[in-house]
Ligand binder design. Structure first.
Ligand SMILES: C[S@@+](CC[C@H](N)C(=O)[O-])C[C@H]1O[C@@H](n2cnc3c(N)ncnc32)[C@H](O)[C@@H]1O
Length: 413
């Protein structure tokens, strides 16, 4: 999988446990990115729908979620990947734009990316292998790039990995049904149908995925756009249509509220971050909407850019990093007994660093399929991590720490 801002690699075991404990048969990953969470759900036999506005994320979703491994001609796929690996370089747009004008890839690899992408367009455009090969190419390119994991800039000296030869691999496909949707969550959320489990992982700051991953957008679109700036971004990055309501402090709260209201699900899990625009209490109110809510918090380290400092394009340090750790939050909303069950399951993993916010009220153990309860805040004691939690509707905060931290490095995984 590619290096990706906000990727939930370290939370995947927790989310997989939530999925298992919920008994979900259908799932939604509404901001799917790398699709790693959707893959974790699909691996459990869940029929997953994966949504994103990014074209590369849609290609990943077509590859890992929509494609049923059992239906793929593995011989043809392996042969195609080998063929792409044997191609020589053919300098084109990637070479000229992202290697000569910028330095995202070394020239010999950039020319091979051009050659492979042309063959995928020419020979596989109508083939079921198309998204699989394109995924394979993007992931191969990511392994030899010369960035810190975002494409607003490239590093001054070639990254050591950029000297490795571009090598495509056969993606690890999963058996089962799934659906990939290219679309804005705001526009599609209410029309996707009903789900047992919905996972929402929206952007939580002003940094736009469209510009941070413009090279992958271009590799998918293969439209040779006019580039601008040092990073040779796509000219349509200036188009307001490529902006997300989730990247603005002004529009994000209403956008999130609208999406949460639109999604039809038994159990809602929202990923958020305690440095972002909404406080835990606001998130819980927003997600609750008549349901029980619990919030799990996980220690985290901040984005790698924050750890190494803030530099201008000439390499001069221009900013100071204020602090290096924060918390990842999972806000879980649904019928009380169901919320309690998944929170307890996470607690048994021993990986939550604490539980903040209200606790779900004890209810009859109906699980998914049972009726959604009213927004109760029960007086339960004992957090997911075994820490003490103050009860009912108070701003309960637990600081207990238990088990290994699942999310202690940067978020570019
Ligand atoms: C925090 S990332 C998700 C990371 C993902 N969970 C993972 O582990 O790879 C947020 C994602 O939301 C997508 N996105 C941004 N605005 C969106 C919108 N309005 N509708 C749907 N997806 C959007 C971005 O392209 C990005 O992939």
């Amino acid at each position: 999988m590619i290096k990706y801002l906000g990727s939930k690699r370290r939370l995947v075991p927790v989310l997989a446990e939530i999925c298992a404990a919920s008994g979900a048969r259908t799932g939604l990953d509404l901001f799917t990115g790398t699709t790693r969470v959707a893959q974790a759900f699909k691996s459990q036999g869940v029929e997953v729908t994966a949504v994103d506005t990014a074209r590369y994320a849609h290609v990943f979703a077509q590859c890992y979620i929509e494609t049923d491994a059992a239906a793929v001609d593995m011989t043809a796929l392996t042969a195609a990947v080998s063929h792409l690996n044997e191609l020589g370089g053919k300098p084109g747009y990637v070479h000229d734009t992202f290697s000569k004008e910028a330095r995202f890839f070394q020239p010999f690899n950039a020319a091979r990316i051009d050659a492979a992408r042309d063959v995928i367009a020419r020979d596989y455009a109508e083939s079921p292998l198309y998204p699989i090969l394109l995924t394979s190419l993007i992931e191969a390119a990511d392994r030899v790039d010369s960035t810190t994991g975002v494409q607003m800039a490239y590093v001054k000296q070639w990254a050591p990995r950029s000297a490795n030869p571009l090598t495509l691999r056969v993606p690890e496909l999963l058996p089962g049904r799934g659906h990939a949707v290219l679309g804005d969550a705001l526009a599609v959320a209410s029309g996707l149908g009903a789900f047992d489990l919905a996972y929402l992982d929206p952007p939580y700051n002003q940094h736009r995925y469209f510009t941070n991953y413009h090279v992958w957008e271009t590799l998918v679109a293969w439209d040779a756009p006019e580039p601008y700036g040092v990073a040779r971004k796509r000219i349509d990055a200036r188009d307001p249509a490529t902006r997300s309501a989730f990247n603005s402090k002004r529009t994000m709260p209403d956008a999130l509220r609208s999406v949460v209201s639109g999604v039809d699900c038994e159990l809602l899990v929202l990923s958020y971050n305690d440095e972002s625009w909404l406080a835990v209490e606001e998130l819980e109110t927003l997600c609750g909407q008549g349901r029980s809510v619990a919030t799990l918090a996980f220690d985290s380290a901040r984005y790698v850019g924050a750890r190494i400092g803030i530099f201008d394009p000439s390499g001069v340090k221009v900013g100071r990093v204020s602090h290096l750790s924060n918390q990842e939050l999972l806000v879980i909303a649904g019928e009380g007994a169901l919320v309690r069950r998944v929170v307890d399951a996470v607690g048994r993993l021993g990986s939550a660093s604490g539980v903040v916010g209200r606790r779900p009220q004890a209810r009859s153990a109906k699980g998914i399929g049972g009726k959604v309860g009213r927004g109760a805040s029960g007086g339960a004691s004992g957090g997911a991590s075994g820490g003490a939690v103050r009860g009912a509707g108070q701003d309960a905060t637990a600081s207990a720490t238990a088990g290994p931290n699942p999310y202690s490095e940067d978020r570019l995984q």
